[in-house]
Ligand binder design. Structure first.
Ligand code: FAD
Ligand code: NAD
Length: 478
């Protein structure tokens, strides 16, 4: 493994924020020898988010979809520094990021600053709540490992509390009402996983809850999964109704209290009405919002004044209004959906760009040296020989610099909808393929397996799937 070294003064310092899809895909392909690379993230692992909904019910154990950053950093040619910390502020003028150790154990220094020549912002997004009162206090999100663990614990807590001695029937109904707000892919996949958990395991282990356990998905728009084709939306809605998951579309949540949500929908007379929906578990999945550290950076750059959803970037992913800051993934606005697919392609693009910049820096230094040599060459032959080398290097430089802008190639959208069914909108060479069903489910599984980063993760996920099939999911509450 590369040794820890002091930063090389002849190289630029490249600071990368985050260890999510964008940053990790950049790191994996980056030639680290061209830069002093520093990674800052509050999470010392990469998280394979597409399988996170499966962790909420224990179909997959969370550690199976985590990959320690140290695992792949140690394979890099030159040492990469990793600081487990949150970036609290980016000072664009001073070229400094401020970092803070948020972990339980803190040393004498818990906050400091890191100067950069080049910066990549890959901090992702936070959960949108639209300022709706009570969401943060009472709802559970589904973005990080801790969220999935909280949900898993809460499901079991609701089930056990519902079977507590002398519990009132209304209270039992409330406790076993699992409400999911947001009909995007996160909400749909979670609702499907939860219903599977109930059908396959919970109703066997705790038969008393069988009549009252119920999953409801609440969506403000007229349908769920807006990014999928009409045919697949209908397929999903039909499957949900067969699975006995209730979908409440055109229903917008306005307020959340500890035991019920208040939602606005049109009554039978067409007039808007506010209704109270009691719940035991509330999972809030209404999409992304901009992180404060990103908002603050946007405020420092006049060219970002009109951007609302994140850092506006140009076709080379440079943050508009800057020259040395790039952004990838959910915190960047480049006219693509905030998905893992986009983030990882953006990260890979930046790796190519930086590798090329690193190489061209080396060639330019070489050219400078050659042109000095040419001036000092004593004879015509010597001058000619150097001239030839200069021409060769100029050719190489042109080749290296030939890199087009970022282009996203959409491989398709895929979502699990429960009862071993999945939906897929796949754009292939010949056109679009929209499929749903059990075959698609196997496709979904193999697609995710092939995407799972390391062999270790792949094997762990397969073992979890087999384990859940053989023994059922674990219903103990940690
Ligand atoms: P992230 O992956 O969120 O990573 C952000 C990183 O920045 C994290 O390491 C975080 O710890 C770190 N960070 C946060 N704040 C700071 C800070 N202040 N300083 C430094 N570091 C910071 N997309 C798909 O294409 N297909 C799917 O099937 C799919 N399924 C999903 C399922 C779920 C449950 C969720 C939540 C998302 C899913 N997505 C999917 C979307 C996908 O996960 C995101 O689009 C993707 O994670 C974005 O990558 P990113 O690198 O921008 O951010
Ligand atoms: P989303 O933005 O896709 O969907 C959120 C939904 O919540 C919207 O349909 C919105 O109308 C609804 N909503 C908002 N406020 C509401 C309210 N007050 N009451 C009721 N409904 C409300 O969010 P997501 O599902 O978290 O996904 C975020 C991103 O991650 C998306 O880009 C998505 O494509 C990606 N993702 C992809 C997959 C996959 O490909 N399988 C899985 C998960 C997430």
């Amino acid at each position: 493994p590369p040794e820890q070294m002091e930063p090389d003064a002849s190289k630029k310092t490249l600071v990368i924020l985050g260890t999510g899809w964008g940053s990790v895909s950049l790191l994996k392909k980056l030639d680290t020898e061209h830069y002093n690379v520093i990674v800052v993230s509050p999470r010392n692992y990469f998280l394979f988010t597409p399988l996170l909904p499966s962790c909420t019910t224990g179909t997959i154990e969370h550690r199976s979809i985590m990959e320690p950053v140290r695992n792949f950093l140690r394979h890099k040619k030159t040492a990469v520094k990793f600081y487990e910390a949150e970036c609290t502020k980016i000072d664009y003028e001073k070229k400094v990021v401020y970092i803070h150790d948020d972990s339980e154990i803190k040393g004498d220094v818990a906050a400091t600053e890191v100067p950069f020549d080049m910066l990549v912002v890959g901090v992702g997004a936070e959960n949108a709540t639209f300022g709706i009162p009570g969401v943060r206090e009472h709802g559970l999100f589904l973005k990080e490992v801790g969220d999935a663990q909280n949900i898993r614990r809460r499901i079991m807590d609701c089930c056990e509390t519902a079977t507590f001695k002398d519990q009132h029937p209304d209270e039992i109904k409330r406790l076993l009402h699992m409400v999911v707000v947001g009909g995007g892919p996160t909400g749909v996949e979670f609702a499907g996983e939860l219903q599977d958990f109930f059908e396959n395991d919970l109703r066997k282990w705790i038969p008393e809850i069988a009549d009252n356990f119920h999953v409801t998905l609440v969506e403000a728009l007229p349908n769920v999964l807006p990014m999928f084709s009409k045919q697949l939306i209908e397929y999903t809605e039909k499957t949900f109704s067969e699975e006995k998951i209730t979908i409440r579309t055109k229903t917008m949540v306005k307020n959340v209290s500890d035991k019920y949500i208040e939602a606005e929908s049109a009554g039978p007379d067409g007039k808007k009405r506010l209704e109270q929906i009691p719940y035991g578990l509330l999972v809030w999945a209404t999409g992304n919002a901009v992180r404060p550290v990103v908002k603050d950076l946007m405020g420092q750059i006049p060219a970002q004044k009109d951007s609302r959803r994140g850092l506006a970037v140009n076709e080379f992913l440079v943050v508009k209004g800057t020259e040395n800051i790039w952004a990838v993934g959910d915190c960047a606005v480049a006219n693509y959906a905030p998905t893992a697919q986009v983030a990882s392609q953006e990260g890979a693009f930046l790796a190519r760009l930086f590798n090329q910049m690193g190489k061209s820096d080396v060639i330019e230094q070489e050219l400078q040296k050659l042109s000095d040599e040419q001036e000092k060459a004593p004879t015509k032959e010597a001058r000619d020989a150097v001239f030839h080398q200069i021409k060769e290097n100029q050719k190489r430089l042109r080749r290296v610099k030939q890199m087009g802008p970022f282009e996203y190639s959409h491989q398709g959208s895929l979502a699990y909808i429960g009862s071993e069914k999945a939906v897929a909108d796949i754009s292939w060479l010949t056109g679009n393929l929209a499929t749903g069903g059990t075959l698609t489910y196997f496709f979904w599984r193999s697609a995710y397996l092939s995407m799972c980063f390391s062999t270790r993760n792949r094997i762990l996920v397969i073992m979890d799937w087999v384990k859940a099939k053989m023994f059922g999911r674990d219903v103990s509450r940690e």
